[in-house]
Ligand binder design. Structure first.
Ligand code: NJP
Length: 245
């Protein structure tokens, strides 16, 4: 209630659902992504429901664009209390396919993007001696799956960053760090899979079990950020009931 949250990857899926959820629970939300028309639609939806939101055109790979977005959000709503590091992509392929451009893109968005946003919000959070960083990792951030090797590597990096940040920022600066580890969620994430076999595998998976909804992860994020200040929900795995582990 009354907190300001920066949400990356807010133009679809988990980010959009979390923006709606946090705004409905009294947070002022900064919606960051590249597809601004989607963000503007979400801003209107939140405003119609009585909430407060602002659209921030942001490419998380570009540090200058991140800094500009953070400055715009601080100007609109004041201190930034919550950072939801959620932007990410998963263009699956086997290593032997050597889709090196996709590998680099995943490293840029999934890892460097998180570092850029964290660097931009950390100084004010340290200054105000409070804050909450929630990172979207994955079950692929604790376990490696064949066919997802580079994606798994990027999400393992996010799990490691979350663990390290929690150790360095909790006691010293009163900043909480939550790592959310979803299983399969029904979003647009799978639309970017360029490898036909990998795409078919994901389509087959959808017929075998009921995926999570983006709202299921939004509920988890809300639970973490609404926990009392002395409680840090450190890591949460959220799986479809029927997903093999
Ligand atoms: O996917 P999707 P999800 N700069 O495609 C944004 C993780 N996850 O909600 O810029 C800024 O609907 C993009 O915005 P836009 C997953 O790894 C998912 O499922 O407008 N933003 C869009 O809003 C990811 O970390 C599953 O194109 C950039 C958003 O990212 C997170 O959940 C399972 C950007 C992607 O939304 C959200 O993904 C799991 C950039 N350069 C983990 N590039 C799952 N769905 O099953 C992309 O374990 N975005």
């Amino acid at each position: 209630q009354g907190k300001t949250a920066l949400i990356t990857g807010a133009s679809s899926g988990i980010g959009a659902a979390t923006a709606l959820k946090l705004a409905a629970n009294g947070a002022k939300v900064g919606l960051a992504a590249r597809r601004t028309e989607r963000l503007e639609e979400l801003v209107s939806q939140i405003a119609q429901a009585g909430g407060q939101a602002i659209a921030l055109e942001m490419d998380v790979v570009d540090a200058a664009s991140v800094e500009a977005g953070v400055a715009k959000l601080a100007q609109a709503f004041g201190s930034i209390d919550i950072l939801f590091n959620n932007a990410g992509l998963m263009p699956l392929s086997d290593i032997e396919a050597l889709k090196t451009e996709e590998w680099h893109r995943m490293v840029d968005v999934n890892i460097k993007g998180v570092l850029n946003t964290t660097a931009a919000v950390l100084p004010p959070m340290i200054g105000q001696k409070s804050g909450h960083i929630v990172n979207t990792s994955s079950i692929a951030g604790r376990k490696v799956f064949a066919g997802l090797t580079v994606y798994c590597a990027t999400k393992h990096a996010i799990t490691a960053l979350s663990d390290g940040m929690r150790m360095e920022l909790g006691k010293k600066h009163n900043i909480r760090v939550t790592c959310v580890q979803p299983g399969a969620v029904e979003t647009e994430l799978y639309d970017q899979i360029s490898d036909p076999a990998a795409r078919q595998q994901m389509e087959d998976l959808k017929t075998q079990m009921e995926f999570l909804k983006a709202e299921d992860i939004a509920e988890t994020v809300l639970f973490a950020v609404q926990s009392p200040r002395h409680v840090d929900i450190a890591e949460v795995f959220v799986m479809p009931t029927q997903q093999a582990w």
